[in-house]
Design a binder for this molecule. Structure first.
Ligand SMILES: [Zn+2]
Length: 644
C-alpha cells in the first residue's frame, strides 16, 4: 500500500512520514496541552526560538529513522524483492501506534489538569461514573476517527507525500531562525569581549576570600532548632550558628524555588528579574546581571552544583556567569553556549514523554539525567561534588550549592526514616502524589506528612554536618565567606501543604540565614529583617565593591556593624498562578511587604489585603495606632511594586 520499492524511496517516505506525524500531530497536541504555560512564560522571540529548536530536533530524529529504514530495506531487498516495502509498512504501523499512544496520553494529561481527578475519584460513585463515561466517550470518538483514517489510508499517504510543500519551507524557516540566533550570539560574544565596559575590573581586591553559598530547598526556619524548634532537627546548623551571624528574621523573596533563587543570584526582587513562571528564563542582558558574572570579572572562578532543574541550573535559566556547572552535559552546554538554548519547551516535551529514555540513551544526557536523579533525596551526592570542586579550585572561588532536600518527597535515609513517625505511611515517592490543597478533615493525614518532613530535615542537617567537618578539617573556612540559607519554607496548615500557592505566611517565607565570615569564631543573633535579594549586595559589600544600581537588595553588613541599622521594607512575591487549581481563592498572585513584625499581604487578583503579624503567624483584625502607621507605610511601599 505504500509503493516504496527502492531504499531511496523508503528513505524519502520515512522522513516525510515521521515529519508529518511530529509536526501535524505531536507538536499541535503538545502545544494545546501546554499553551497556557508557554504563552505565560516565554516572550514571543523566546517562543520562536523554542519552536525552531523543536522542529530541528524532530527533523534530526526523522532523518535518523529514515536512515535506519533505508539501511534495513537495503538489507531486505537482497533477500526478498518486497524487502523495501515491508520496511515502509513497519514504519506505518509503528507511526500509527505512536499516534494512538500519544493521543490517549495527551487526552489523559489534559483531563488530569482540567478536572480535579483526585477529588472526582474521592467523591465516590458519581465521580467514578463520570470518569468512566468520559473515557468511554473519548475511546468511541477515537475508534471512529481511526476507522475513517484506515479506510482512506491511501489518501493519508498522498497527503504525507505532498506535505513537504509545507514542511520544507517550515524547516528552512526554522533553520534560518536558529542560524540567526547563533550568529547574533557569536557576534555579541566578540563585541562584548572586545569592549572594555566593566566598571568592576578596577575594583580588584588584594586577598579576596572564597565564597560558598549553600541553599536548602524548602527549609522553613520555624522547624529548625536553630530557631528554637522543640525537636533537635538541625544540630549542625546550630553549631555553625554559634560562631556566625544568624539572622532571626530572614524572608525569602518568593514562596517557591525559581523566583527566590533568581533573587539570590541577581539581588533583584521577582517583579524586577521576572523569572516568575515555570518555564521563564533570563534574556540576553538580564542573563548577565548577576553576582557570579560580576565575580568572574573580578577574577573569581565560579561554579555551581545544582539540583531541582530547571530552577537552579544556569543552562536552563540562561544565566551567564558560571565557569563550571555540575551535573554537566556536553550537549546542553553546547546548546547554551551557541545561544540556541534554553529550550524548555523541548525539554519538557521530552522529559514528560514515555519515550524519553530513548532520547537520553543516545547521548551523554543519559549520565546527565542519572546525575540529576542522584541530586534528589540525598544531599550527599551534591555535597561530594562540592567537596571535590573545593579541593581543585586554583584561584579564589565562588561556589553555590543548591541542595534538593528537604523538599518533598520527604524520604530520609534509613537512619532517620520512621524516627519521628513509626507508621509505614508516606514512605514511597508515589505516596506524595496528592493535591496541594486539602479539606479540614484531612489535617491528621497532613500532620503525618509533616512528621516525615521533620525526619527529612534531621537527615539533611546530618549530611550538611559532614560537609561542615570536611570544610573545617581542610581549613576552608579560614578564608571563606560561608552563607547558608533556603529558597522558601513549607506549609502544612490552612488547607494547603508544600509551597508555591498564593500564601505568603511565615512558614512559607521565613527561612534561616547564617553568614560566617573568614575565620569567625564569635556568633551573634541579629534581629533586623533580611531578604534573599540582600545576599548578592552583601557579598559585594564584604569584598569592598559597591553593588550595581540594578540590584534591589541592600548590604546586610551594617546589621552586625551598625547599632541603629534600619533595614527598611522587604518584599516577598508570588507573581504566577498555581497551576492545576480551579479554586478561585488559589487563582491569585500575591505580594507581601514586611517591616518589623508585620506583613501587609495583597492578593492582586482578588484585590484583597491581609494585615498579618508575621512574628506570631496571626492575621490581625484590630490595629493599634502604631500598627495603623506601619501598615499605612507598607501600603505605600506595596503600591510602588509593578505587579505584571
Ligand atoms: Zn524550592
Amino acid at each position: 500500500m505504500t509503493n516504496n520499492t527502492t531504499p531511496r524511496e523508503v528513505f524519502s517516505f520515512t522522513f516525510k512520514w515521521w515529519m508529518f506525524l511530529f509536526i501535524a500531530v505531536l507538536v499541535p497536541l503538545d502545544f494545546i496541552y501546554r499553551c497556557g504555560a508557554l504563552l505565560a512564560s516565554l516572550f514571543p522571540w523566546q517562543l520562536a526560538q523554542n519552536f525552531s529548536a523543536l522542529i530541528l530536533f524532530f527533523a534530526i530524529l526523522a532523518l535518523g529513522l529514515a536512515g535506519v529504514s533505508a539501511a534495513f530495506s537495503l538489507l531486505g531487498a537482497r533477500r526478498d524483492s518486497h524487502g523495501a516495502e515491508i520496511v515502509s509498512k513497519i514504519n506505518v504501523i509503528i507511526g500509527l501506534s505512536f499516534v494512538i499512544i500519544i493521543f490517549f496520553d495527551y487526552v489523559w494529561r489534559w483531563v488530569k489538569i482540567t478536572f480535579d481527578i483526585h477529588s472526582i475519584v474521592k467523591s465516590g460513585k458519581l465521580g467514578l461514573l463520570i470518569t468512566f463515561l468520559l473515557l468511554i466517550i473519548s475511546s468511541i470518538i477515537i475508534i471512529i476517527i481511526y476507522k475513517r483514517l484506515f479506510a482512506k489510508i491511501d489518501k493519508l499517504f498522498s497527503i504525507v507525500r505532498s506535505s513537504y510543500k509545507i514542511i520544507a519551507p517550515l524547516f528552512i524557516l526554522c533553520s534560518i531562525t536558529s542560524l540567526l540566533i547563533i550568529s547574533y550570539n557569536i557576534f555579541s560574544y566578540y563585541r562584548e569581549n572586545g569592549a572594555n565596559q566593566t566598571s568592576f575590573e578596577g575594583q580588584r581586591i588584594q586577598q579576596p576570600p572564597n565564597i560558598i553559598i549553600i541553599t536548602f530547598d524548602a527549609l522553613a526556619a520555624r522547624y529548625t532548632s536553630l530557631h528554637e524548634y522543640h525537636l533537635q532537627t538541625t544540630p549542625n546548623l546550630d553549631k555553625l550558628g554559634r560562631e556566625s551571624y544568624v539572622f532571626d528574621n530572614m524572608y525569602a523573596s518568593s514562596n517557591w524555588t525559581l523566583p527566590s533563587l533568581a533573587s539570590l543570584l541577581t539581588g533583584k526582587y521577582p517583579s524586577n528579574h521576572k523569572l516568575n513562571e515555570e518555564m521563564s528564563y533570563f534574556g540576553r542582558t538580564s542573563g548577565r546581571q548577576n553576582l557570579p558574572f560580576l565575580l568572574r570579572k573580578m577574577s573569581y572562578e565560579t561554579a555551581v552544583v545544582w539540583s531541582n532543574p530547571p530552577y537552579s541550573c544556569p543552562w536552563e535559566n540562561n544565566l551567564v556567569g558560571f565557569d563550571q556547572v555540575l551535573p554537566n552535559s556536553t550537549i546542553t552546554k553546547l546548546l547554551f553556549e551557541s545561544g540556541l538554548g534554553p529550550t524548555p519547551w523541548l525539554n519538557n516535551l521530552i522529559s514528560e514523554s514515555r519515550f524519553y529514555k530513548i532520547f537520553y540513551a543516545i547521548s551523554d544526557l543519559w549520565q546527565y539525567r542519572a546525575d540529576q536523579i542522584k541530586t534528589f533525596l540525598r544531599a550527599n551526592f551534591s555535597l561530594a561534588k562540592a567537596s571535590e570542586l573545593i579541593t581543585k579550585f586554583r584561584k579564589p572561588f565562588f561556589l553555590w550549592v543548591h541542595l534538593y532536600p528537604p523538599h518533598a518527597p520527604y524520604l530520609a535515609n534509613s537512619d532517620f526514616l520512621y524516627t519521628v513517625l513509626p507508621e509505614r505511611v508516606f514512605d514511597t515517592k508515589d505516596s506524595y502524589n496528592r493535591p496541594l490543597w486539602y479539606a479540614p478533615e484531612e489535617q491528621p493525614v497532613i500532620d503525618q506528612l509533616f512528621k516525615r518532613y521533620e525526619e527529612y530535615i534531621c537527615d539533611t542537617d546530618h549530611e550538611f554536618g559532614r560537609f561542615l567537618t570536611f570544610m573545617k578539617e581542610n581549613q576552608v573556612l579560614n578564608n571563606t565567606i560561608l552563607i547558608v540559607s533556603s529558597d522558601h519554607g513549607e506549609l502544612f496548615e490552612r488547607g494547603f501543604w508544600s509551597h508555591g500557592g498564593p500564601y505568603l505566611y511565615e512558614p512559607l517565607i521565613h527561612v534561616p540565614l547564617i553568614i560566617h565570615l573568614p575565620g569567625q569564631t564569635q556568633g551573634k543573633r541579629l534581629g533586623s529583617i533580611a531578604s534573599t535579594a540582600d545576599l548578592a549586595p552583601t557579598i559585594l559589600d564584604l569584598l569592598g565593591v559597591k553593588p550595581p544600581g540594578w540590584m534591589d537588595g541592600q548590604s546586610l553588613k551594617p546589621a552586625w556593624q551598625d547599632g541603629d541599622f534600619d533595614p527598611g521594607v522587604k518584599f516577598s512575591m508570588k507573581l504566577s498562578y498555581l497551576s492545576s487549581s480551579r479554586d478561585p481563592k488559589f487563582l491569585t498572585k500575591s505580594i507581601g511587604a514586611i517591616r518589623g513584625n508585620y506583613e501587609l499581604i495583597k492578593y492582586l487578583d482578588l484585590n484583597q489585603y491581609e494585615r498579618y503579624d508575621i512574628k506570631n503567624d496571626k492575621i490581625l483584625k484590630e490595629l493599634s495606632p502604631d500598627e495603623e502607621k506601619i501598615f499605612s507605610l507598607l501600603q505605600k511601599e506595596l503600591n510602588r511594586i509593578p505587579s505584571k
